[in-house]
Ligand binder design. Sequence first.
Ligand code: NDP
Length: 331
Amino acid sequence: SREIRLASRPVGLPNASHFELATVPVRAPGDGEIVVRNEWMSVDPYMRGMMIDQKSYARPFQVGEVMDGRAVGRVVASRSPQFAEGDYVFHMHGWRDYAVAPAEGFEKVDPALAPVEAFLGALGAPGLTAYVGLMRIAELKDGDAVFVSAAAGAVGSVACQLAKARGCYVVGSAGSDDKCSWLLDEAGIDAALNYRTCGDLTEAVGHAFPKGIDVNFENVGGPHLVAALNHMNTFGRIALCGMIAQYNDVTPSPGPSNLSLAIMRSLKLQGFVVRNHLDLKPQFMAEAGALIKAGKLKRRETVEEGLENAPRAFLKLFSGENFGKMLVHIA
Ligand code: NDP
């Protein structure tokens, strides 16, 4: 069985040398354990933070040890009454061909509901993140004017479509014309900005929001957050979901220079981590499932073939080469 380990801790943008591929024997399952052949794994921006030795919400990856993350696979051996051979399961032992672990850490997924990889994307944590950020953190109301950054990504693409489904006016920003066309034509949002070519971002956001922004779903930070703050309406809400523009910073970036607008305009800014809001999962699954069925929530995925290419897939998140959810197809 192959696995990918953290080879060294990056400073700045990671590259292939920070990962190593190793081969290990598949351990026989103990009592209560199962063996899973991984078929799909997720690479996510948060993993950048886990590559360095900093206090985070989980134990960082250790140099020389296999990394972990979300994955979906098929049970090939079971010593637990909870699972049978052939079951599809979701779990946290990604970055490897085979997972062997106690049954408690696995959750069945229903391949009749959607292709199993969807449980890593639109129907998984990224989709739930969009739902939590909009509904709970930003307290979305029908008809709100909503600005989403990294709008063609895993979280952003769902956030855009959930807000459209509530009758909101939605503008997204993304890093290519292709992504902007998809957002307009497929995701059905009202306007899309290519932040690389639009010129001054504050000005471009202002043109896109003649009546101001009620809700900002912030995935990027930096100049995106500054531009959003400049156009927030009184009592606007900002859901701080991610700041990917800063994850590879070598020295800390300065905060938004216009944060005092939050006072003058009575804004609410709230950060969140999806795993603290798992109570919303049933509600999200019902809503997202219905929207997918009705063709109102389009899944978009970018697939990298082969476990050995998982580091490359991960690095693509920072160059914007992924479109929708970045996945690795293992087997
Ligand atoms: P995406 O699928 O959106 O992939 C990342 C995208 O970010 C890229 O495709 C790229 O798109 C954009 N990007 C990368 N670097 C920059 C940059 N310097 N400036 C502007 N855009 C950039 O990833 P996810 O949907 O998984 O994550 C999106 C955000 O949500 C991240 O910040 C992530 O950390 C956060 N997140 C937070 C969670 C939580 O619980 N709070 C849970 C999951 C994700 P483009 O081509 O448009 O530049």
